[in-house]
Design a protein around this ligand. Structure first.
Ligand code: 26Q
Length: 831
């Protein structure tokens, strides 16, 4: 009987309009007579969501029936951005929705602006996870994302007097149509407590039982993840913490009602807020609590799903692949081992074999300050049983290492090796090294770009290569989804490309872009290519006007853009020193000279600093101070603008990236693991100024070295240069940089003293990031850019050739490589 009433998805305008009005009048309890853009967004998104849910349900039922091997992607960050445009494009209904809304008197673009970003991530690592979900669904891989449903995403950034001010990002003010609360899925998670030993006289064995001291409930919220041009809709499950309804009667009876309520309130704090540090480990107890809460709930869910199939445990790694997005979920390794030995009664060895086959670990950094370590005393209090298991894992591992090397290594060499690979750092306080644990507990460890994957093998993890050989270590170069980062962000370019390639098939097979090289002599095509870029610059200047009040006529300027988290290693300071140098040069010229010599340029900066990162905040202040001076100086008018776009996020990136002529990816060589915005910029027809770092290396290989502006010292020389700095009393700066420092200290940008720490870090504190060493090389590269931009026809040629060769950087390719080399999974086509 019920099949007669099955929900009907909209497929025509009249269906959409009917559902839209239905949502206005029932879901929102409003009337079409007073329906603003926000209400229209809510009704429209609910209508699109309904369609998505139907397919999501069918996909999940189908996967349950077929029971294929599934991929579980564990990430503490999913930087999703907005969902609506993506959902419509993927389902192929954007035009229909646009026309329907227009008939109802609404403008789609305005309505899309109503959606808040889902900003549950910091930067590259979180956005990578989001691109992966898109590619997993598009590639029809049975897969789940697991993360936390933070009530506050990454803070919103405001700029006040040039300084960054953080304000909370409460993104759930209005009900969120893109999530489905699963109040029936409640998983208890324990913390603290103690370990008991139970003796079993029958088997003569003692068993360890963890008696937790504090219980929190994990509630599931499901986010449907559509794929492009497929009915396959996967699931992102985010956990939210809530108190148990159980009550601590001892406290209650002793009359301590206030305290027992406080304990319950504590529960919710676990998923209250995303830690806003990017590439930096602060070692806070609440962060470790977040990690265990998330890992325990996710594993419980995964194991429960496996148990329902009634398969023997030996098949677990044939059915389950778990990928660890950095070391943040490393506790999953320990938790699965605990489930197997404490709860399911496996032997240690049987359990461990399954565990190692199940996990893969992705490393995203070689920088020491980002490597996670947890003090033993804290760990022992919070997770006493897990610490015991870690000790045992470490014991067996070190034993194996000792056995392997005792005949060939001296005592001293052996000791050094053991202390370097040990999970425990024997220092004060002793600490658990999460990366070591992740390597030991996984069957594959991968870096995120070729250079980075080589670096981890030769630097931070070199001793593990001695132990395991290098087969365990692989590379999977990052990628980005062309659906969001080309079609959604740059519809005009996407359409122009489609007009030459015979439709949008290239969004599913990005290598097809190669065929654009057939049009390098097509004048009309090249002209259109140029116009698209100009239109995108107009779109950006409108945004800049709205956010800063500054007006720019884009026709005159080359757009030079650096948007990413603010970090010393990413070297926004090098960029802004370069801007100052250019300003001083312009000031030194006569009006006539300016006209003939200066290529007009807009420098656009954007990005957030971690709230406690003093140096990064100072860099933001300097950028804004330079803008203040330069943008109001009549001598520079028409030649130089310097803009800081506040609150850089995914939806702003979608406007900013398509507008660039040049983007800056100028990290100290060897520090940026991959970078992914470099890929997005080139895919949108921008060229790069960059160091030989991260994925810049492979981008150069693919597009050709004539089409990229590389500069600076190479990674292989960085250590030697640092060594030399360390023994220099103070550094001899290049003349160019001296001038810049003098200008800053003279008070041109406000109080000259204010920037002293920034200048001193170069002059007196050993210039760890090699700003002085790379400065002149950077300026030369900028000169080459000015020169190259004059030949506009050749510039467009470079741009087209670059886009034509970016196929490799699709996250679809990347996911295929993971599937084959790490997960051993196949796509599952719904019939
Ligand atoms: C660790 C401990 C405690 C609190 C926070 C953290 C933490 C949080 C975020 C550590 C690192 C991150 C983020 C790292 C990150 O975004 N890495 C970037 O990953 C990208 C995707 O692979 C690369 O392209 C970038 O090069 C890399 O910097």
């Amino acid at each position: 009987l019920w099949k007669k009433f099955a929900v009907k998805e909209f497929s025509e305008k009249s269906d959409f309009e009917r559902d839209f009005v239905h949502h206005i009048e029932t879901t929102l309890a409003r009337s079409m007579y007073n329906c603003d853009d926000l209400a229209a967004y809510q009704a429209a998104s609910n209508t699109v969501r309904d369609k998505l849910i139907v397919e999501w349900n069918e996909t999940q039922q189908f996967q349950t029936l077929k029971d294929p091997k599934r991929i579980y992607y564990l990430s503490l960050e999913f930087l999703m951005g907005r969902a609506m445009d993506n959902a419509m494009l993927n389902a192929g209904v954007k035009d229909l929705v646009k026309d329907s809304l227009s008939e109802l008197g609404f403008n789609l673009e305005d309505i899309l602006e109503q959606e808040p970003d889902a900003a549950l991530g910091n930067g590259g690592l979180g956005r990578l996870a989001a691109c992966f979900l898109d590619s997993l669904s598009t590639g029809k891989y049975p897969s789940w994302g697991y993360g936390l449903r933070y009530q506050y995403g990454i803070f919103a950034q405001r700029i006040i007097d040039g300084y960054q001010v953080e304000t909370p990002d409460y993104w759930l003010t209005f009900s969120n149509p893109w999530e489905i609360p699963r109040h029936e899925i409640q998983i208890p998670v324990d913390f603290y407590g103690f370990v008991e030993e139970e003796f079993n006289p029958q088997t003569n064995e003692t068993k360890k039982i963890w008696k937790g001291g504090e219980r929190v409930i994990a509630v599931a919220y499901d986010f449907p993840i559509p794929g492009y041009s497929t009915k396959n809709v996967n699931n992102l499950r985010l956990w939210s913490a809530k108190p148990t309804t159980e009550f601590d009667f001892s406290k209650f009876n002793s009359g301590d009602y206030q305290n027992s309520v406080r304990l319950q309130q504590r529960a919710e704090s676990i998923t209250a807020v995303l830690y806003p540090n990017d590439n930096f480990d602060q070692g806070k107890e609440l962060r470790l609590k977040q990690q265990y809460f998330w890992v325990a709930a996710s594993l419980h869910d995964i194991v429960r799903r496996f148990k329902k199939t009634k398969r023997p445990w030996s098949e677990f790694p044939l059915q389950v692949a778990i990928q660890l997005n950095d070391t943040h979920p490393t506790l999953a390794i320990v938790e699965l081992q605990r489930i197997f030995i404490d709860l399911e009664g496996f032997s240690w060895d049987d359990a461990w074999e399954i565990v190692v086959k199940t996990f893969g670990y992705t490393n995203h950094t070689v920088m020491q300050e980002a490597l996670e370590k947890w003090p033993i005393p804290l760990f022992e209090r919070l997770l006493p049983r897990h610490l015991e298991i870690i000790y045992t894992i470490n014991f067996f591992f070190l034993q194996q290492v000792e056995k392997k090397f005792q005949s060939t290594y001296s005592q001293k060499e052996l000791e050094n090796l053991l202390s370097s690979v040990s999970v425990i750092e024997e220092y004060y306080p002793k600490q658990v090294r999460m990366a070591n644990l992740a390597i030991i507990g996984s069957h594959r460890v991968n870096g995120v770009a070729e250079l980075h994957s080589e670096l981890i093998k030769t630097t931070i993890f070199k001793d593990f290569v001695k132990v395991y050989g290098d087969k365990k270590f692989t590379n999977v170069t990052n990628g980005v989804t062309p659906r969001r980062w080309l079609r959604e962000a740059n519809p005009e370019l996407a359409e122009l490309i489609a007009s030459k390639l015979g439709g949008y098939e290239y969004l599913l097979n990005l290598n097809l872009l190669k065929n654009l090289e057939n049009y390098l002599d097509d004048k009309d095509f090249k002209h259109k290519w140029d116009i698209v870029k100009l239109n995108n610059k107009f779109r950006l200047t409108k945004l800049i006007k709205k956010l800063t009040g500054i007006e720019i006529n884009p026709t005159e300027y080359l757009f030079d853009i650096q948007v990413k988290r603010i970090h010393e290693y990413k070297r926004q300071q090098l960029n802004i020193f370069g801007v100052i140098h250019r300003y001083l040069w312009i000031k030194s010229l006569s009006p006539k000279e300016r006209k003939s010599l200066v290529q007009p340029k807009v420098y656009v900066f954007g990005g957030k600093s971690a709230p406690g990162y003093y140096m990064a905040k100072l860099i933001i202040k300097l950028i804004n101070a330079v803008g203040e001076l330069v943008n109001n100086d009549a001598d520079a008018e028409g030649y130089l603008k310097c803009i800081f776009v506040p609150d850089y996020n995914v939806s702003k990136a979608q406007i900013i990236i398509p507008a660039s002529d040049i983007s800056e990816h100028i990290s100290t060589a060897g520090t940026e693991a991959s970078g992914t915005s470099n890929m997005k910029f080139v895919l949108n027809g921008g060229l790069i100024i960059g160091t030989v770092d991260g994925a810049n290396v492979e981008i150069t290989r693919e597009i050709g070295e004539d089409n990229i502006f590389l500069f600076g010292n190479l990674a292989e020389n960085v250590e030697d240069i640092r060594h030399a700095h360390r023994y220099a009393p103070h550094l001899e700066l290049p003349e160019s940089l001296k001038q810049v420092f003098e200008a800053i200290e003279s008070g041109k940008f406000g109080e000259g003293d204010e920037y002293k720490p920034l200048l001193d870090s170069v002059r007196y504190h050993k210039d760890y990031y090699l700003v002085s060493d790379d400065f002149d090389s950077y300026l030369q590269a900028q000169e080459l850019i000015d020169e190259a931009y004059k030949d506009r026809d050749d510039w467009i040629q470079k741009s087209i050739i670059s886009v034509a060769n970016m196929g490799f950087f699709s996250s679809d390719r990347c996911i295929e490589e993971y599937a084959e080399m790490i997960w051993d999974v196949e796509p599952l086509e719904r019939d």
